[in-house]
Design a protein around this ligand. Sequence first.
Ligand SMILES: [Zn+2]
Length: 366
Amino acid sequence: MIGDRDVTIFYDDLMLGHDPQVDLPFLPSRVEKRVRNILKGLNTKWSYPEHPGRLTAIKDHLDKNPISGVQFKVGASATYEQLVRVHTASYLDDIFALEGKMAWLDKDTTAVSPGSIKAATSAAGNSIAAVEAVFNGGAQSAFALVRPPGHHAEPVRARGFCLFNNVAVAAAHAQAKLGCERILIIDWDAHHGNGTQDIFWADPDVLFFDTHCAPPFYPGSGYLEDVGAGLGEGYTINVPLPEDAGDIAYEKAFREILIPAADRFEPDLVLVSAGFDPHRNDMALNLTYDGFAVLTSIVQAIADKHCQGRLALVLEGGYNLDSLAHGTHAVLEVLAGAEPPELTECGIPEVTEAVEFHRDAFVDDD
Ligand SMILES: [Zn+2]
């Protein structure tokens, strides 16, 4: 029942300060020309899709539809020492030099505004706070409501709207400071978590499980055969999916691949890179709110079985504000104790309802 479990959301208004404006001058200039040319070809005004309204949409929907057992807390921003566990010192120096500036970062879609570095350190820090809360007993489960997202950020570069790899920073903190030995990271964002995979590629203490829209969909990585290397061989699990894959396909992947892998690995912490762009109204794939609820119940059951329920989710993508807000709400309800729904093939409940509606139309009354 909703309210049976407590959930803490970690959030700070600092994360609204990351607000790149596409109309302002671009740096470095060779990117400017390319982006301007792309924008010229579009009839509609393009704006940076990863904007502060994503977090306010989730918060507003929660304010209007509160969930019993869910509370908000503010986590401290990440320190240099916490970030340097997964990013190189030279990368961090380059990023911190952008404080207070407006810039496009080379090669990709990622930009910063004057408040971006504070927002990014807050996002990483609130992800750490979520992990600490489930470790010190402050919360049964936690949700880091953060941006910019993190799972595309690699040790040495920003990519795909991501500056710091929030979930990796949180995992590395759990290993370094909380005595955590084996961490399971599940990434259900529509895009492959290339940065997280890269960071833990050779690490047998982090099991990385990623469902995503198959390459060449952005970022173009995450093939079935990519399973890690060296000591970490077998500790990376990629499940690339066709773009119309939905609830039933996801449930099968989670039940038949993730659960046996988790039983073998026996994690002492479960983290989720929770993106809402695989929703049917967002970028790719065909999940419904019920699908997100069932995936949440599966990861919750894994955490209950292996590590006293220690489960922390970190927000990644999700660009349709409506499905982002409703999807997050569906996940939080299950974390708070709601029974997950029974999944059915997409469209079957609607057809069943239509059958009921039309049943008598072509039948004589007698
Ligand atoms: Zn995504």
